[in-house]
Design a protein. Sequence first.
Length: 317
Amino acid sequence: MPNPHKANIVRTLGERFGELRKIRGSESLFTVGNEAARVYIRYSKVHPRGRAFFGLREVDLRQLEGHNAFRCFALDDGSPPIFVPYADFEEIFRNAETAKDGQYKVQIVSQGDVRELYIARQGRFNVEGYVGYDTVARGVDAGRLRKAQALTHSQVQTLLGGIGHSKGYDVCVPLNDVGKLDWSLTRPFSLHRNMPAGFGSIRDVLYEIDVVWIARGREAIMGLFEVEHSTPVYSGLLRFNDILLTNPKVSRFSIVANDTRRGVFVRHLSRPTFKKSGLSELTSFLEYANVADWHGRTVKGDIDEQTRAEDEDLNSS
């Protein structure tokens, strides 16, 4: 029986971008229009702890090489599909190993309000910026430049802070960086000054982290982000490692950098010290372009919701 989730994705892609044709030799590979893009659609149920399991056939991935292509991950929870550009992860899969059945085993892990792609022995990668059909729209329109390429270190901090605030977290950035934030990028919010209790021995390390999300009322750290604009990726991982060894309850670490540093991230994270501590399983890579997209969807939705509420108040008065 045809998978209704896949059928719906094919229909929506066709309506937005033109006719889709199945590529010979696969039930999951499609070409959009006159080779405007190729899409590899995979589907999974969402299992306990927010995990969805996928098998990517090596023979199918070869059909994406050299093309403007996307891996599409569809879930049965009603959420929009995730379209991951093939080129962004080509090097990662080249270094990964297939299982005995010739497939790469990967997971989409949903932790609260964040989705990550987990590739065995390669790492975790934030895919929030790849959610929805607009990812394909940007890819098909080759003349459109990715707006996040020109972002500065401080602008990325500002966007991450805006996302955290929109999600209801307190946000902390290093004191020396406060005056550099670019408030033209997001709705202004108050910054948090104090770190939660329980980190006394590494409090100075925490205050060096570029962006920290803190749960209001519970005083728990919900996210740590190191923006490695020009500094070594390794230094950010060492800070994360110190924090994890001090308080294993912290479980969301993200290295944020340009996509050209993804390979460096994978090589450093595979060091024995990070595997031994467990950091290699908890740290994700977040690309600048994804930060901009994530902010656009999260903060814009928050503003739209507030606007609707204000309009309802006016209409009822």
